[in-house]
Design a protein around this ligand. Sequence first.
Ligand code: CA
Length: 364
Amino acid sequence: MQRREILKKGLVGLGGVAAASTIAAPAIAKERVEIAMVATWGRDFPGLGTGAQRFAKRLSDMSDGRIQVTYYAAGERVKAFDSFDEVASGNAQMYHGAEYYWKGKHPGWAYFTSVPFGLTYTEMNAWIRFGGGQELWDELGADYGLKGLMCGNTGVQMGGWFRKEMNSVDDFKGLKMRMPGLGGDVLAKLGGSPVSLPGGQIYENLISGSIDATEWVGPWNDELMKFYEAAKYYYYPGMHEPGAMLACGMNKTWWDGLSKSDQMMIEAASSMENDVMMSEYNYKNGAALKRLINDQGVKLRQFNDDIYDGFAEASEEVFAEVQEHSDLANRIHQSFVTARTDIGAWAEISDQAYLQQRNRALGG
Ligand code: CA
């Protein structure tokens, strides 16, 4: 039976799955699974890259090496933004990346990383797991031959680095700022010029004056980029990526051919990274923020209501365009709005109300 199943699977030609069992193997022996995993991050990039590498190693370790993952950072096998095609085509089985990089293929992808005025980490998890988010993600992915799983999060991102104080929404007119995703489209609606640059090119463009401002992630990652050498004003909170979720994207045909237990092992490893990466960001951001202010003279500022109202109005214009794209884009947007309304109403009187009172009462 075991042998017949293996032979049958071999005949349908499952890419990347090698039948290592022999006739004499015990009945519990399982197939070795080989995974080529590409990524949109540079090797050892803290948080995003190291999280992806930790996920790859975990998959091998938790299966005692039966699942063999060969990890390729950006540029080691394909360029960062070619990860999508590499996996959709079946050349590689898996990528780790941010789905909003594919918004040019379909705007729906943006919702599975983060959108302006989007969901926080806990809200995103609730939407994906219980609010219909995963089903819509699966529907979108199937159109491209992909299957995605939650696999990390940066949490609320900072609003960005500016050379001068930002006092009104008019200050964004003519501002050349690095901001990818739908957030960049919001900036454009305000009269700014969004620029999309890979992480490795932001610093030189900011120092040379080619761009006026930039967003990146948060204190831990931004400190390493040394943006404070060119721009001292560090604004919060970012409206553009309030909880950027990272994804494990897989070739759907390959995924469908895996055993149930192998699928569950990948789901478990991916879900664990979703949690571990968020924990790491939360822990390291606090200490890094203190160093930026105390050691580097960074001036921390909060966006005022006028600016936030301008962001909100512009983001509605961007969302109106997204909904016109297609039936699926409209359904993803509607499901997202329902989640933001319902889960957000609970967050307002739970996490948000509690943190406000805790910090007020303790004078913090
Ligand atoms: Ca960012």
